[in-house]
Unconditional design. Structure first.
Length: 405
């Protein structure tokens, strides 16, 4: 048995897993796999080639661009394919800072994903300046504070559409209008949003938007950046003329085709996301609050994604809970997948000024269209038992707070 066979033999079967971490990544849709496979085997031509074999591949990329544009409610020519959502976020910020050397100021928020947060830290280290706008205890943004943060030196305002840890939605259309009035570019990290709520960029003043395929049942390693056709753009990757001179490099054809199909499937499933998936999330959330005393929901209960709940269990440490959940093959997280391994409490929850006990005992559960009611039933058996066991090990740490309603 070779190493690959040994690895496969040791892996857990999908039907044994209770997967409640769809904000970290999602299961590939079988329809996506079916559509991408021929471009890994039979149709391997370079889309930039001048002969028919290459042109066939080019048409597949064009179709993918049309499908992504349809999901976003924009024009196909406004879509730039990237290697991931992080690249898309970085490209938007880099472009804005290149456009005018006199404008090297960025306005962002305290709860951004590390793809934006760390990039802004780098901007500051390189001599630029960054203003970070805080949030309230529900994770909501103060629009007036954000508007006051914009100066004549501001190159771009960047704010996520939906928070990856709490699911809280920012009023990005209103933020975009503020930026437009101030004659400043506005970018939104919509990586958690695309495919979960309707988006129509044609009617928006958003200048750019980032998305990633693996958050909407596509593959990892491919994303896209929407750039409004009226917005100036400076590329980060320089080389060939791919992506209409906005992102050099031979295209990752199979993954781009997969992203296009995932976008099409997501568009068809939007009603399901906002009905069946939301209902599963709500039954799960309400079930845990009924079964486990001193359980609190973190973040705005109304303005949030339909699939996400962030819960704090008083008297426990989330890292310990994760270990015990894993023994039951239940997958969730203590925050963003990009901060796994960190011993620090979630910076998102700290920015919301929640009590330390709330941040230490917080867990994120996120659902997707491949979850079932059986997943919820199993989780409602496992989680209360685990929390009770952890609390029994350290009962003095449990304190009572007012119920979150």
């Amino acid at each position: 048995m070779d190493q690959i066979d040994k690895l496969a033999a040791s892996m857990i079967a999908r039907d044994q897993i209770i997967y409640l971490d769809n904000n970290a990544t999602t299961q590939l849709d079988p329809a996506v796999i079916e559509e991408m496979l021929p471009y890994l085997t039979e149709y391997y031509g370079n889309p930039s080639s001048g002969y028919t074999f290459g042109a066939q591949v080019r048409r597949a990329i064009d179709l993918a661009r049309e499908r992504v544009a349809a999901l976003l409610g924009c024009e196909p020519g406004e879509i730039v394919f990237t290697s991931c959502g992080t690249e898309a976020n970085n490209a938007a910020l880099n472009s804005a800072l290149q456009l005018d050397p006199a404008r090297q100021h960025v306005v962002t928020t305290a709860v951004e994903h590390s793809a934006t947060r760390r990039h802004c830290e780098t901007v500051a280290k390189r001599g630029g300046s960054v203003t970070v706008v805080g949030v309230d205890s529900d994770g909501n943004l103060d629009l007036e504070e954000l508007e006051r943060a914009i100066t004549p030196q501001t190159a771009i305002v960047t704010a996520m559409w939906a928070n990856n840890e709490t699911g809280v939605l920012f009023p990005v259309e209103k933020i975009a209008e503020v930026a437009r009035r101030k004659r400043v570019l506005f970018h939104t990290d919509a990586i958690q949003t695309v495919g979960k709520i309707p988006i129509r960029l044609k009617d928006s003043t958003i200048n750019s938007l980032a998305l990633s395929a693996h958050k909407l049942h596509g593959p990892k390693g491919v994303g896209a950046l929407y750039v409004n056709k009226r917005s100036a753009f400076k590329p980060s990757l320089i080389g060939g003329s791919q992506e209409n001179n906005r992102r050099a490099g031979t295209e990752n054809v199979a993954s781009i085709v997969a992203l296009g199909k995932a976008a099409e499937c997501a568009g068809a499933a939007l009603a399901e996301e906002n009905n069946r998936v939301r209902a599963m999330r709500d039954r799960f959330e309400n079930g845990l609050r009924e079964r486990i005393p001193n359980t609190f929901v973190n973040g705005d209960l109304a303005a949030r994604l339909p699939n996400t709940t962030n819960l704090s269990f008083a008297g426990i440490e989330s890292d310990a809970a994760l270990v015990m959940f894993d023994r039951h093959q239940l997958c969730c997280s203590a925050g963003s997948a990009c901060r796994t391994g960190s011993l620090e409490a979630s910076y998102v929850l700290r920015a919301m000024n929640l009590p330390a006990e709330r941040t230490r005992g917080s867990m994120r559960f996120s659902f997707g269209r491949f979850n079932t009611d059986a997943d919820v039933d199993k989780a409602l058996e496992i989680i209360p038992a685990v929390i009770a066991k952890l609390r029994a090990m350290a009962p003095a740490t449990v304190t009572r707070e007012p119920a979150v309603v």
